[in-house]
Write a new protein. Structure first.
Length: 65
């Protein structure tokens, strides 16, 4: 289980891994979150850049436990 060192409350670890730069304005990433063995997920998603901001384009896969 993940706990906040300051408050002692349960928390989440989140991270993003770049899997592939499709173009200068499009990227495929893996987004992960972990709290404990029965509370974690992994998504593979594509973002595209619109007017200087990254926006979700497509969710390709999702795994939840």
């Amino acid at each position: 289980m993940v706990k906040d060192k300051t408050t002692g409350n349960e928390g989440w670890i989140e991270w993003i891994v770049i899997k592939e730069w499709i173009s200068d304005t499009e990227v495929r990433v893996m987004e992960c979150s972990y709290r404990h063995l029965l509370a974690c997920h992994e998504n593979t998603v594509v973002y595209h850049k619109v007017e200087g901001k990254w926006k979700l384009k497509n969710i390709e896969s999702m795994v939840v436990s």
